[in-house]
Design a protein around this ligand. Structure first.
Ligand code: NAD
Ligand code: IPM
Ligand code: MN
Length: 367
């Protein structure tokens, strides 16, 4: 098994959490005898400083020449005076466009041992497991025209969707729902937006090919409330780009911390894996960022790109075991209280646990 992974650590806590995710991928490769090649490139603020551009040509070429891309996070307060098109975040949007993945999978799962991290009551959280499928290449993020006039009197962005953009992401969401609890919630604002009316019609059309999946439509404002009131109502949720951005951060309340959420972006030429969180400037450099979202993103890479389901599942089991052990960063709370562990301690503990699980699996198959 050969895999070329371009690693884009980015800014703030990005490099801190990415280092731990790469460490775990190296462990998986070493024990199984896989050949994983890692090629690190700058993106975001780090690339602006080093190369004068948030998504340098060399970084793009390296990404397009690899099997998967693993990203940390971009952005930071030092770049706030730049225009949206020049900022670190523009580099991430250019990366997404270049790779072509349109379906951004963002699972939010409740873990018993860190239930105290969430303000939601344990009986509301118990076994909650929602998979967001966020459309990633359309809507307000990429619609033209966009701009603000010189006097800063008028600003505008364009929300635009084609039927094909909706169709392709809806198919991914229905397919994923089929492999889970056969329930799909499509979130829109069809009472106000034309793009949402189109969205709803196309999702209904696609639904005819998935009679085994129960489809419901929800308006985004009431969905935002329902998600917190009763997260277990939902299985797979498909929505447009900006709604998905906002709702997936909200969904982190189910897992207890934004630092827990992973993502996979599929459907394009090259798959992209990144934690949902940002560069977390408030804790960057302190060594206390939660690396589990980045590590879980590495597990998704093994599952979706490398088709190494067993290895992905072992990483996920190791994450649960470490949470159960109480060795967690300060954004999390277990029965033993608020976490005091550092990023690297958590990363090393997951690494040891993964090694243990892999070695046990290999010993089992050897007899
Ligand atoms: P953020 O996600 O960086 O942080 C929000 C809160 O969550 C902060 O209190 C932070 O400390 C906490 N947090 C985030 N990740 C954590 C982790 N791994 N462990 C523990 N706590 C964690 O959002 P923000 O502060 O609004 O944005 C900061 C910068 O990041 C901005 O420039 C924004 O544009 C950028 N951003 C980038 C990405 C990305 O690269 N994918 C995603 C979101 C935001
Ligand atoms: C995310 C981030 C990005 C987004 C930003 C940094 C461009 O918030 O991945 O959720 O809005 O998609
Ligand atoms: Mn976001």
């Amino acid at each position: 098994m050969k895999l070329r992974i371009t690693v884009l650590p980015g800014d703030g806590v990005g490099p801190e959490v990415t280092q731990e995710a790469v460490g775990i991928l190296r462990t998986v490769a070493d024990i199984n005898g896989y050949n994983f090649e890692f090629n690190e490139c700058p993106i975001g603020g780090a690339a602006i400083v080093a190369e004068g551009h948030p998504f340098p040509r060399k970084t793009m070429d390296a990404c397009l020449d690899s099997d998967a891309v693993l990203l940390g996070a971009v952005g930071g307060p030092g770049f706030d005076s730049l225009s949206p098109q020049q900022r670190p975040e523009a580099g991430l949007l250019q990366l997404r466009k270049a790779l072509g993945g349109f379906a951004n999978l963002r699972p939010a799962v409740a873990y018993d041992s860190i239930a105290a991290s969430s303000p939601l009551r344990p009986e509301i959280l118990k076994d909650a497991n929602v998979l967001f499928v966020r459309e990633l290449l359309g809507g307000l993020y990429f619609g033209e025209p966009r701009g603000v006039d010189d006097a800063y009197e008028n600003g505008y962005n364009t929300m635009r969707y084609s039927a094909e953009e909706v169709r392709r992401v809806a198919k991914v969401a229905f397919g994923l729902a089929r492999g889970r609890r056969q329930k799909l919630t499509s979130v829109d604002k069809a009472n106000v937006l034309e793009t949402s009316r189109l969205w709803r019609k196309v999702v209904n059309d696609v639904a005819r090919d998935y009679p085994d999946v129960t489809l419901e439509h929800c308006l985004v404002d009431s969905f935002a409330m329902q998600l917190i009131l009763d997260p277990r109502r939902f299985d797979v949720v498909v929505t447009e780009n900006l709604f998905g951005d906002i709702l997936s951060d909200e969904a982190s309340v189910i897992s207890g911390s934004l630092g827990m959420l992973a993502s996979a972006t599929i459907g394009g030429a090259i798959d992209l894996y990144e934690p949902v969180h940002g560069s977390a400037p408030d804790i960057a450099g302190k060594g206390i960022a939660n690396p589990l979202g980045a590590i879980a993103s590495a597990a998704m890479l093994l599952r979706h790109t490398a088709k190494l389901e067993h290895d992905a599942a072992d990483i996920e089991s190791a994450i649960v075991a470490i949470l159960d052990s109480g060795l967690v960063t300060p954004d999390l709370q277990t029965a033993g209280g608020r976490g005091t562990a550092h990023t690297q301690e958590v990363g090393c503990a997951v690494e040891r646990m993964v090694a243990d699980l892999l070695n046990r699996r290999m010993a089992y198959h050897a007899v």
